[in-house]
Design a protein around this ligand. Structure first.
Ligand code: ADP
Length: 191
């Protein structure tokens, strides 16, 4: 299996690049943010719980997130591989993901990270707010909170994969297709 963790701060371009990667490598896309938003739209219990955290720019608690991710992955038993987008966001989630994949005799192949400066992120998220309809994009204070949470809670996940020699950083600023080619070059070295 080809299992990729796509990593990067809010606004780094994970969604855009995931769409291209799943098509090229025939992978299943699991975006925890998208799954939470679908649950909010469907007014499920999970959606109601997640919304209170998301609207404040905080992380949804690990237990909820991990259970949900595993349920979604299990819906695709014949997958050739997965792109995990927006997950894991904490070291506890990373450990849970390793344990989960081990039960399927599989593992994470690599973490691909999109590297983007904070100034660029703030500009992109403010721009995205005009069309995304996402409450967490609309308020500069919430955007800053998400960036702060990323730096405090999510950045350590990089070290988790570096320790396994699975971290690959790619410049996330520039032409979308050039960034895609850089990502593919990293994948093809491992695939
Ligand atoms: P972005 O990366 O642009 O902030 P996402 O769609 O990945 O957007 O996530 C939106 C929100 O969903 C996060 O701010 C957080 O509240 C919640 N969320 C998504 N993934 C996770 C996760 N793995 N763990 C905890 N919360 C998450």
């Amino acid at each position: 299996m080809l299992n990729i963790v796509l990593f990067g701060p809010p606004g780094a371009g994970k969604g855009t690049q995931s769409t291209k990667l799943i098509e090229k490598y025939n992978l299943i896309h699991l975006s925890t943010g998208d799954i939470f938003r679908a649950n909010i739209k469907g007014e499920t219990e999970l959606g109601k719980m997640a919304k209170s955290y998301m609207d404040q720019g905080k992380l949804v608690p690990d237990s909820l997130t991990i259970d949900m991710l595993q349920d979604e992955a299990d819906k695709h038993p014949d997958a050739k591989g997965y792109i995990f987008d927006g997950f894991p966001r904490t070291n506890a989630q990373a450990k849970a993901l390793d344990d989960f994949l081990a039960t399927k005799n599989s593992a994470i192949t690599m973490m691909l990270a999109l590297e983007v400066t904070e100034d660029e992120l703030r500009t992109r998220l403010a721009e995205r707010a005009k069309t995304s309809g996402r409450p967490d994009d609309a308020d500069p204070q919430i955007i800053q909170k998400r960036i702060d949470v990323y730096n405090a809670e999510t950045m350590p996940v990089k070290g988790y994969y570096e320790a396994q020699n699975k971290y690959r950083g790619v410049q996330g600023v520039g032409d979308i297709n050039d960034i895609f080619i850089s990502l593919c070059n990293e994948v093809d070295l491992k695939n």
